[in-house]
Design a protein around this ligand. Structure first.
Ligand SMILES: [Zn+2]
Ligand SMILES: [Zn+2]
Length: 309
């Protein structure tokens, strides 16, 4: 009986060792946890308390890559951290890709520069975006110069590096690469903005495309091309405002309707389409959702603040 037990343990131990040995190359090739996309804010300029400023985080392993920084971005990241995403801790916010310089997408920029520093970030913020970002950054730095002096020289003894920004004004193409991700910028059509970008994030397990703000463009179709996740902006054309000719023209030039998005998605064939930065035009979300359902029969979802996709 003892001998049987000994043999059983021996064979069990041996097969475990073999499994681990066989598995180890697999572990070496494994680049970590599944990539998550956290929509920190789905809002737009309307002061809707349920929809904070536009900001998205692509979270790969222990790092967060932000796209846009609308109002409240650092607090929204803290809310996501409370929901269990440690990479979104304030002092870990170190890199942002800005789609364009519209105020609703950038009002959280000073927040992203200064709050994580006050909370202990020692690295400079790396900020990627269109031309004009350097100018915006230097104005923000000047606006808070006295704050920086007091925090550094006074009793707070804030560090001498974490409030700095390295600005990278980009061109279309690969703009960033590290062990987790390759980020490619592509131009989109946002009315009279000279430069507006969408971004593609290629990680170890997912290809994620964000439209930024745009009217329908082939660039999104090309960038996605069967991608795992396409986050695309959309507006509700039933809005009262759109009865006004100049608003109708504005939305046609700057944004994408459900019918247009249906067409884009059919050509881009994402595995999942996520409606984000929805312009609800004072109508319930269900009104937009109903229209989208008629226009597109693939997999899609309308993003909520702090939703993870
Ligand atoms: Zn915009
Ligand atoms: Zn916008």
């Amino acid at each position: 009986m003892t001998k049987f037990l000994f043999l059983a343990i021996f064979f069990l131990a041996r097969s475990l060792a073999m499994m681990m040995a066989a598995g180890s190359p697999g572990f070496a090739e494994d680049h970590g946890a599944p990539t998550r996309v956290v929509v920190l804010g789905t809002g737009n300029p309307s002061a809707d308390p349920d929809r904070w400023g536009p900001a998205v985080a692509v979270v790969v392993n222990d790092r967060a890559y932000l796209i846009d920084c609308g109002p409240g971005v650092v607090r929204r990241a803290a809310a996501a951290e409370r929901n269990g995403i440690a990479a979104l801790k304030a002092k870990e916010l170190k890199i942002v890709f800005i789609t364009h310089l519209h105020s609703d997408h950038t009002l959280g920029y000073p927040d992203l520069i200064f709050s994580p520093w006050v909370l202990g970030r020692t690295e400079a913020l790396e900020a990627y975006g269109p031309h004009g970002l350097k100018n915006m950054t230097s104005h923000v730095e000047k606006a808070w110069v006295e704050d920086v002096r007091v925090r550094r020289r006074g009793l707070e003894q804030a560090n001498a590096t974490g409030y700095k920004v390295n600005v990278h004004e980009i061109e279309p193409g690969v703009v960033y690469r590290d062990d987790n991700v390759t980020v490619t910028a592509f131009p989109v059509k946002h009315g009279i903005w000279k430069e507006a970008y969408g971004y593609t994030f290629q990680t170890h397990d997912r290809k994620i495309v964000l439209s930024g703000d745009t009217s329908p463009t082939d660039e999104v179709v090309k960038a996605c091309d069967g991608c795992d996740l396409l986050l695309h902006e959309v507006f509700n054309p039933h809005g009262e405002e759109l009865k006004d000719a100049h608003w109708k023209e504005y939305f046609a030039m700057f944004h994408t309707s459900p019918a247009e998005l249906g067409e884009i998605a059919r050509r881009a064939h994402p595995k999942l389409l996520v409606l984000y930065h929805q312009s609800l035009e004072k109508l319930p979300e269900s009104d937009l959702v109903e229209q989208m359902g008629k226009e597109y029969s693939g997999n899609w979802v309308s993003a909520r603040d702090l939703g993870v996709y």
